[in-house]
Design a protein around this ligand. Structure first.
Ligand SMILES: *Cc1c(COP(=O)(O)O)cnc(C)c1O
Length: 449
């Protein structure tokens, strides 16, 4: 089968995610036959450098020998078993390791099967905790402008990206939205740290008014990814932790995208020295192999549910594939790589290479900013550099960069007018240089006329 044959059959029966399917009348759909490391290969034999880790999930390359072997071994032993009333070794070992790797107060793991589900679990647990503790009325959540927490209705309700949210607004419960500490929105001459302080004051004002009806604040620590790779200073997290303690609301850290080394530390919260009440993990958890998610929480939360059955305090949430052994085996193999190789140290060199290869873009007339947190680097395209006026979204400038990338064998998938690199950690410095060259040329073409 070649690409054309594949695509004809695909478009006859499939409906792809996050896609206006009509685009595929002119935009090529790319069928992938195999992967190896940072490379993907289509049915015509063309190769693509996966610069976005296949939607931020892949950490150590496609068909990683260690992870593939672990999944194969597990598949020959136990593929799945009901996780209510039954248990298995991969889930036990994974929970022990996650508890050891995260702050000491996070001592319990509740598994789910995708990121949105993890967010739903954290939201339900937080609300239910206050209810079980006899504190009534804490049923609202504070989120941030530009937030993204997934697509199921509960998680989508916590988001603030209009593109995904607006069509469903009537179905969603409105959160209380605080202004993001997004450093891109800083005043001229203002530091990232100063923006954080200003936004903490806004958050405090909201908590002052609403804490009695709020169960939790939910945040993507350090980088709001789907909202356009907007970044903030770690001081915001430190200050937010203190405010949540002071006003008696939970802090939910959604590290689904930023966890597992993306920001330079294993978890983003480490850079602020804080522990959330709920830590949501998915995406990189399995190295990009299988859908699996986990919510870590505290003994305090756990104890509020731990009671005689008739007290009706139990957390009765479940998913059929909770704690799937194949996913847990992939996650264990992924953690083994972190444990046996200097991953974060190597990533510092790769992150520096990404910075070097894009440094010249600061002077580009249509680039407002190149920002970076660890292994995430983002380039903000604008119509007018001085005023930072954006290109109208209808012009789809980022999509032109995507198209150029595909032609040149690089998978970039800009978020609106934000071009970003978030590659697997097995990328080389030469591949980064290649990726940057293709991206820069794509940007020049995309902003012309
Ligand atoms: C991707 C993402 C989610 C949703 O995860 P899915 O597995 O796609 O449901 C939630 N929060 C953040 C921050 C994400 O990036």
């Amino acid at each position: 089968m070649n690409n054309a044959d594949f695509v004809a059959r695909d478009l006859a029966v499939l409906w792809h995610p996050c896609t206006q399917m009509q685009d595929h009348e002119w935009l090529p759909l790319v069928p992938i036959r195999r992967g190896a490391g940072v490379w993907l290969e289509d049915y015509d034999g063309k190769r693509y450098l996966d610069a976005i880790s296949s939607w931020w999930v892949n950490l150590f390359g496609h068909v990683n020998p260690r992870i593939s072997a672990a999944v194969a071994t597990q598949a020959s032993q136990l593929e799945h078993v009901i996780f209510g009333g039954f248990s298995h070794e991969p889930a036990l070992l994974l929970a022990e390791r996650l508890v050891a790797l995260t702050p000491p107060t996070l001592s319990r793991c509740f598994f789910a099967d995708n990121g949105s589900a993890a967010v739903e679990v954290a939201l339900k647990m937080s609300y239910h905790y206050w209810r079980n503790s006899g504190i009534a009325g804490k049923s609202r959540v504070i989120n941030l402008t530009g937030a993204y927490h997934g697509e199921t209705l509960g998680a989508l309700g916590m988001g603030d990206v209009g593109l995904y949210r607006d069509a469903y607004a009537e179905l969603l419960r409105a959160p209380i939205t605080a202004p993001s500490p997004d450093a891109y929105a800083r005043e001229r001459g203002e530091s990232w740290a100063a923006v954080a302080q200003r936004r903490l004051a806004d958050m405090q004002a909201l908590l002052e008014r609403h804490a009695h009806e709020v169960c939790a604040v939910i945040i993507e620590p350090l980088v709001q990814c789907a909202g356009g790779m907007r970044m903030h200073h770690a001081d915001y997290l430190t200050g937010l932790r203190a405010l949540c303690d002071r006003y008696q609301v939970h802090l939910i850290a959604d590290e689904i995208a930023v966890g597992f080394g993306r920001t330079g530390t294993l978890f983003a919260c480490e850079q602020a020295g804080i522990a959330p009440d709920f830590l949501c993990l998915s995406k990189g958890l399995t190295g990009g192999y299988l859908p699996l998610a986990v919510v870590l929480t505290t003994d305090t939360v756990y104890q509020a549910f731990y009671a005689e059955y008739a007290s009706e305090r139990a957390f009765l949430h479940s998913h059929s594939y909770t704690g799937n052994p194949l996913g847990c085996a992939a996650a264990l193999a992924t953690l083994d790589i972190f444990a046996t190789e200097p991953v974060l140290e190597r990533n510092r060199a790769l992150a520096a290479a990404m910075a070097r290869q894009t440094a010249h873009l600061v002077d580009h007339p249509h680039i407002a900013e190149v920002r970076q947190t660890g292994m995430i680097l983002a380039i903000e395209l604008v119509r007018d550099k001085a005023s930072r006026a954006p290109f109208p979204w209808q012009e789809r400038r980022g999509l032109r960069v995507y198209q150029h990338g595909l032609e040149q064998g690089v998978l970039l998938r800009p978020l609106g007018n934000v071009v970003y690199f978030m590659p697997p950690y097995v990328i080389t410095e030469d591949e980064i240089a290649h990726l940057a060259r293709v991206a820069c040329r794509g940007i020049d073409l995309a902003v012309a006329d």
